[in-house]
Design a protein around this ligand. Sequence first.
Ligand code: CA
Length: 409
Amino acid sequence: MTTWLDLPPDHPFGVQTLAYGVFSGAGDERPRVGVRIGDLVLDAAMCAERAGMESGTAWEGATLNRFLSLGPQAWAAGRSWLTMVLTDEAYRDAVEPHLHALQVVTLHLPFEVADYVDFYASEHHASNVGAIFRPDNPSLPAAWKHLPIGYHGRAGTVVVTGTEIVRPSGQRKAPGDPAPVFGPSGRLDIEAELGFVVGGATHLGMPVPVEAAGEHLFGVVLLNDWSARDIQAWEYVPLGPFLGKSFATSISAWVTPMTALDSARTPLPGQSQPQPLPYLVGDNPVAAQGFDVHLEVRVGETVVSRPEFRDMYWSPEQMLAHLTVNGASLRDGDLFGSGTVSGADPGTLGSLLELTWNGTRPLSLDDGSTRGFLQDGDVVTMTAWAPGRDGSRVGLGEVTGRVVPSVGA
Ligand code: CA
């Protein structure tokens, strides 16, 4: 499948990808839904109107939420229509006026985040955090292999890539300190994750079976779960992360449809010891598969890690089934993070906490400086790609953010 656009066949944003976002500019300051093709963005609703697609009204508005609400049949119809008009030369005249260079537009948060949950689905990350924070106890919590552990986060502080991250202040107390102190976090960290974007609201009291979870998974974003480790370590027992996480979570501007990742499906590392309960397994083999997504994390210009999503223990469908198994309902625009993507190899760890072993083994950057945790002015960027159909690559965009000094510092 080739496009009539002048696009190299190996471009990560070819027709195999077709990620959705929200943009403004190019003669119209209203934020509106766009689809990325190459280094251009297609004004989706305007193009649909011009080219006579009735359901194009789903793309009107300043967020993807309306489109998310329509469910998998509309998502598939939208994608096949986009594929048609970008590959069939007959649509070229209707489409071209609605293509704009990425350089001249502003990208916005692509959807209004309804509820936000963050999971903890990497066995290596969970084991490492346990060994660092709870050295006298088993590194994996007792429930960890029986259910995807997670917590409800703060939807209102999910921000789009490029948003500056103000260093948070809070309480902290090192084990040897006599009393807590208040001030800017000294242990600001990152967590490299994928975030899954949910559509198709459900009713309270009606769990989503694991076999049907895929019908509510619209797409995936790159997600950086900024974490203040000193605030987190003092506050998190017994109710889990709170202010050490809620100050900001960054996501990519592009939402990659799950369909674009069909060629990246891969077996999970293994869930036989112990066997998960039936509601997490179901009878749809796809629901218990992972994704072969390759991430890269840079601090400044230095690549500090290349996490592999195929190392994750739980699948997104299992996470969604677990999230609703008590009857909790879904809303259009729900977002859930996978948890930090970390593998067994030291080069695949998705947080500085692990990469520097809580700051005790600082990283060397290419400019000769070292980092235990982030300094003011540091820019952290995550990118990712996955195998697409016919040997192509699916680009997942990037999520970046610069750390700025705490308020009052
Ligand atoms: Ca996290």
